[in-house]
Structures are given as C-alpha cells and as structure tokens.
Design a protein around this ligand. Structure first.
Ligand SMILES: [Fe+2]
Length: 292
C-alpha cells in the first residue's frame, strides 16, 4: 500500500453548544439520529453503525471544535502527518481528541479550522435505535475569507479533488465518489455553515419537513436542486446556530480524471437549478471554529 495521504470519508463534526439539552433534543427528536452515548456534558450521535458522526459539548459558546476526517489505515495517517509537519501546522493533539477512535491526531489548518485525522473502528454496536431517516454524514460546508488558500490546503494535505468551481469564490471538493465531502465558500468570516446528511430519496426530505412542522420547527430552505453536486436538499437551523442539510441524489464521480466543472457565479443556477433563488440570510448562519 503506497501512502498517499488520502482522506477516505468525512467522519464527524464536533461542535460546542451553549444549550446541550436543546442540541440533543434537536439531534434525536427533530433530526432523528441515534444517540450512542452522553454524560451530561457531551453527547454523541450517529446515523449508521458508528460511534459518532456528530458530537455536541456543553460550552459557553456556540462553535465548531473540529472536523473529523477518516483515513483507511496507519500509512495514510502517517502520510498526512508528514505533510502537516512539513507545513508546520499547529498540532493540537497527538492523540485522538474524541474517545472511540483508535489512532489519530489533530491540527489547526488555514483560518483556524481544527482537523482530526483518524482511523476508525468499524462495526460499532449501537446501543439503541432512533427514529432514523439519514443514511450517514456526507459533507461539511465551511466558509472562509480566502477560498483558494483553503482549497490548496485540502488538495495538498488531504489529496482532495475539485469537482466544481463557482468562479474563484466557491469550491466543491471530493475525497471519494461523493461529488463533495467539503464545500468551501467565500464569506466575510470563517465558520462552518452546515453539516449534511444523506437521505435515501426525496420523500425522506419531505418526512423531515413534516417532522419539524409537527414539533414546532421549520425548514429554512428547500427542497431545492443544487447545480453543483446535483443534490436535492432541504436545510434547517439548529439550536447552536449551525445549519443541517438533508440531501439525496448527489452526483457520484467514479472517474478520478473528471474535469472540474465551472459555473458562472452570477447565475444562481449553480446553487438552485429549479428557481434560481437563495433565501436572504440563509448563508449568514453557522458556527465559527473554536480559537486555539
Ligand atoms: Fe451542502
């Protein structure tokens, strides 16, 4: 196995919340994830046979603690570590930050985002089942002030590939056959705008809309079919201010040489094929990376 430093999938996000109870209620009751563990200060949720795909920790701030990226073996881990050391990024932890991870390390990349790189145990036995609708965590959308620098980092350190580019403002990068695992949007400040979960089909998106409506919530946007990625998506805002995307029908890319697709940033087809509109303020949500 040649070490390349490739990330195989988006593992999880770990967020700080000022209201853990509200975030837990959101994950379990609103979105329908499985709670695998909680201790009053921290709670772990997943949509599949893993220990966690999202973690919430009680805090005095709403923020993104880190993003977890899975590598397939120790050689890939070491290859990324070598690049991180070469570029002298700040190491936050020589051990996995979260429990239930076999090996890994964490470091701070451009614009203050902390990345936890790790190999994971498979076939975690779930303690209980929720009213699950999502298949898995699929991607994160991070907003930055310097998108080209962030994109170069994701390409160089994690071997991610650009799938689509919206001028030089927004970029969609993949680490596997999903059209994107990380979307990088240019904005006024660094913040993770959303974490996105894959659904089976558009009726699952409808069921989330129904569930929110019954429980006093509201979708913030959608259903919409994006241009970049082709996914159909709905969005809603969580208690800590981050946005959850629930999507299906995303483009699958099997050709590693697929050319970058370019979209005109002035034509909102790239973000909304069906009606070319974006609700005012929807891109203002999100949680900033925690300062280290
Ligand atoms: Fe997304």
């Amino acid at each position: 196995m040649t070490a390349t430093g490739s990330v195989s999938e988006i593992g999880y996000t770990s967020m700080l919340t000022r209201d853990l109870a509200a975030s837990m209620k959101n994950s379990a009751d609103m979105f329908g994830l499985i709670e695998t563990e909680s201790n009053g200060k921290k709670a772990f949720f997943t949509a599949q046979n893993k220990h966690h795909e999202v973690v919430y920790t009680q805090s005095d701030q709403d923020a993104l603690d880190h993003i977890g990226l899975v590598v397939s073996n120790s050689a890939e881990l070491e290859a990324i570590r070598a690049k991180v050391d070469r570029e002298a990024y700040q190491i936050v932890s020589e051990q996995p930050i979260e429990d239930h991870i076999e090996e890994g390390f964490a470091f701070v990349g451009p614009e203050g985002y902390t990345w936890q790189i790790y190999t994971e145990k498979l076939n975690y036995s779930m303690l209980k089942r929720g009213t699950l609708t999502a298949d898995r965590l699929g991607h994160v959308n991070i907003q930055v002030t310097n998108a080209p620098t962030q994109v170069k980092f994701l390409q160089d350190v994690f071997n991610m590939s650009i799938s689509d580019a919206i001028g030089d403002q927004h970029f969609f990068l993949r680490c596997n056959t999903d059209h994107h695992g990380v979307a990088v949007f240019t904005d006024r400040e660094a913040k993770m705008h959303h974490h996105a979960w894959q659904a089976g089909n558009i009726m699952d998106l409808a069921r989330l809309g129904d569930r929110l409506a019954r429980k006093g919530g509201r979708l913030a946007w959608g259903p919409v079919r994006h241009g970049a990625g082709d996914n159909i998506a709905v969005y809603y805002v969580e208690p800590n201010g981050v946005v959850t995307e629930y999507y299906c029908d995303m483009e699958t890319i099997r050709d590693p040489e697929r050319p970058v697709r370019h979209f005109d940033p002035d034509d909102l087809y790239w973000i909304n094929q069906w009606d070319g509109q974006v609700p005012p303020g929807i891109l203002d949500f999100g949680v900033p990376p925690v300062k280290r």
